[in-house]
Design a protein around this ligand. Sequence first.
Ligand SMILES: *[C@@H]1O[C@H](CO)[C@@H](O)[C@H](O)[C@H]1NC(C)=O
Ligand SMILES: *[C@@H]1O[C@H](CO)[C@@H](O)[C@H](O)[C@H]1NC(C)=O
Ligand SMILES: *[C@@H]1O[C@H](CO)[C@@H](O)[C@H](O)[C@H]1NC(C)=O
Ligand SMILES: *[C@@H]1O[C@H](CO)[C@@H](O)[C@H](O)[C@H]1NC(C)=O
Length: 662
Amino acid sequence: MAVLSLPLLNHKRLSLRHLALTGLAFTLFYIIYNSFLPPFYPGFHQPPPHRRPPVSWKSNTRPEEWARRAQAVKGAFIHAYRGYEKFAFGRDEVMPLTNVPIDNFNGWGVTMVDSLDTMLLMGLTEEFERALPLVEQTTFHLNDTLHAPFFETVIRYLGGLLSAHALSSEPILLARADDLGRLLSPAFNTSSGFPAYAVNTVSGQTRGPLTAILAEIASCQLEYLYLAKATGKKEHFDKANHINHLLESAALGTQYGGMLPVRWNLTSGTPWDGSAQLSVGAAADSAHEYLLKQYLLSGKTDKASLEMYLRTTTRIITSLLYLSPTRHLLYVTDASVSPTTTSPSHVFEHLSCFLPGLFTLGASLLPLDNLEELGVNWDDIIDGAGAGSGRGASGKGEYGLTREERARWRKVGRYNLKELHMWVAEGLGESCYLMYADQKSGLGPDEVVFNSNYKTSTGSTHTGGNRVDGSRQGSKGRPGIGWGVGDGDGIGEVDDGKWFDVVERWRRSGGRGPPPGVGVKKRVVYDDTEKSMGPYPGHARDYLIRKTEYLLRPETIESIYLLWRTTGDDRWRERGWLIFEAIERESKTPTAYATIKTVHTDPPRQDNSMPSYFLAETLKYLYLLFMDQDLIPLDKWVFNTEAHPFPVFNWTLTEKNLFGIP
Ligand SMILES: *[C@@H]1O[C@H](CO)[C@@H](O)[C@H](O)[C@H]1NC(C)=O
Ligand SMILES: *[C@@H]1O[C@H](CO)[C@@H](O)[C@H](O)[C@H]1NC(C)=O
Ligand SMILES: *[C@@H]1O[C@H](CO)[C@@H](O)[C@H](O)[C@H]1NC(C)=O
Ligand SMILES: *[C@@H]1O[C@H](CO)[C@@H](O)[C@H](O)[C@H]1NC(C)=O
C-alpha cells in the first residue's frame, strides 16, 4: 500500500486566483467539517462531552438472508459433529484429516459434552438425545497414571454440563455436573486453596508446579457458583468463594497496580515473587473476564469483583493499549513490570481478542457513566491499586501505581467511562477483525508483533489520517529494530504510542473526529512479491506474524457477536459472515473442520485437529450472530469462557444463610 504524500504546490505556478479559490475551499471545508463533527471538546471543567450517539450502520442484507446464514452455520455444526459421531463418538476429538479419534481431554467425550448446549440452541434434538445416554454413563474415572487438567476440565466439561442443564432442565446433566464438581475438588487441596494444575479424579492426587498461572487458578468461580446455585450445596460455593477471597486480598495486599499478575505461588496464595508479568492473553485472559462475569451472574451484588474489574480495565487502558505507527491500529499487549517500569512486548495475541467483547459487555450492562449508581468511588478505585514506592519495606519492589500512572488513573476517572470503554471495544474489535481481513486466507493468525516505533514513524501529535514521512529512523536495512519482543519503552515516555496518552492529546486539542484508534480502517493484503514475514522500511501493515496458525479459535467472533448485539451495528455482522466464509473455504474437510497452519499462504495448509471449542464457541457465536432472535439475552445469561451460558440469578435468603453470604 502506498503511503500518500502531499501534492507539492510548486508543480504548478501559483496565481492569485488559485490562492483565492483555495482559501474559499478551505473556509467552506472548515464550516462543513465543524458542523458535522461534535462540538469542541471542552475540557474537564465542563460537563463531559456528549457526543451524538454513533449512528449504527445498517447493511442491505435482508432478514431472509440472515436466516439463511444462520442455517449455514447450523449446517457447519452438523457437518463437524457428524464427523465426530462417525469416527470418534464418545472419545474426545476427531482428527479431521485422518478420521481417527484422539483422547486429549481425559477421554470422557469432550467434543460431545462441549457441544450439548450448541445442539440445544440450534434445535438439534436427535444429536442431543444420542449423546445423553453416553453422558449418563460417564463416571469421570481416570486410571491412576492420568490426571485431569483442572482448568480445561472445568470450563469445557463442567461448564458444558451446567449450561446444557440450564437450557434443557435435564436432571441427568445436573447429576453429572455435581459428580464432576466433587471429583475435581481435591484439586483445591493445596496450602493456599487455589486449585492445582491437574487432579486424578479417583485418588484425588494432584499434579503440577507450585508456581501457577492466573487463568488456571482463577477461572472456575462462575462454574462452581452456578453449581452451588443449581444443587444448593455449600461445598461447591465454598470453592469459588475461597478463590475470590484470595484474589481480593492479594490484589489489595500486594498491589500490582490494580491488575492480577500472571504467575502465582500456590503455597502462599499470593503473586509469585519473581519477575511480574501483566497480560490479558494466554495464561491470564479468563481470570479478568470472570471478574465482570461473576458480578453479572450473581445479580450484580458482588461488589468486590466489580471493583477489581474496574481496576483491571483501567490498568489495561493506561498500560497495555498501544497504537501502531502507520495505520493507528489499537492493540493490547502484555508487559513485564518492575516497581518503576512497565515494558510492553508489543505482541498481540488472538487469545486477547475476547477483550473487545468484554469491554462492550461491561459498557452496555453497567452504568459506567454514573459510578455513584454503582456505589463506586473513583478515589477508592485508585487507592486500591496501591502506590509504588520503588522499594518496599520488605526490600522487594512494590508494584503499585507509579506517580505518572496515578495521574493517568485520575484522568481516566474524568472521562465518561462508558464512552471510553466503548472506544476500546470498537478500536480493538477493528484490529482483531483486520488480523483476519489482512490475510489472503481471510483467517487471523494466532500471534503478531507490532512495530513499536511509534515516535519515529508518526512525528509529533497524530490522531488519524495518513502519515507524512514514511521513513523509520535507524531501521533502514536493519531488520528487527522496533519489531522485537521486549523492546518496549518504559512508562512515562511521551509519544511511545501508548493509546491513552494519544487520546489525552486528542482531547486536549479539541477532540475532533473519531478518537485515536477508533473507526473503520482499510485492510492491507500483501501480494506474493511482498514478504509477510520480514520487516522492511515502509512496512505497510505495522505488524509481523509470529504464529501463523488459525486454531479455529472463537475470540474474535465472540467479540464481533457481542459488539453487534450491544451496538446494533451491522458492520460487525457482515464481518462475521466474511470470517465464516473463510472457515468454510479453508478449514472444511470431507468429514469435519481442520485448524490452519499458515494463514498467510495461498492456499493455507491444514492441520489434523478440530478442538472441541470450535463446536462449543466458534460456531455457537456465529449462529447467535446471524439469528435475529435473541436466544441468549445478555442481561439474563452469562457465558463462561468456553461460551457456555448460565442464567443470571439472585441468592435467596436461605442460600445466603446456608452459604454465609453477607
Ligand atoms: C492407564 O492409561 C495409560 C495411558 O492411556 C495406559 O498406558 C495404561 O495401560 C493404563 N493403565 C491401566 C491400568 O489401565
Ligand atoms: C490433601 O493433601 C494432604 C497432604 O498434602 C493429604 O494428606 C490429604 O489426604 C489430601 N486430602 C484429599 C481430600 O485428597
Ligand atoms: C511460595 O511461598 C512460600 C511461603 O511463603 C515460600 O516458602 C516459597 O519459597 C514460595 N515459592 C516460590 C516458588 O516462590
Ligand atoms: C434479582 O433481584 C433484583 C432486585 O431485587 C430483581 O430486579 C431481579 O429481577 C432479580 N433477578 C432474578 C434473575 O431473579
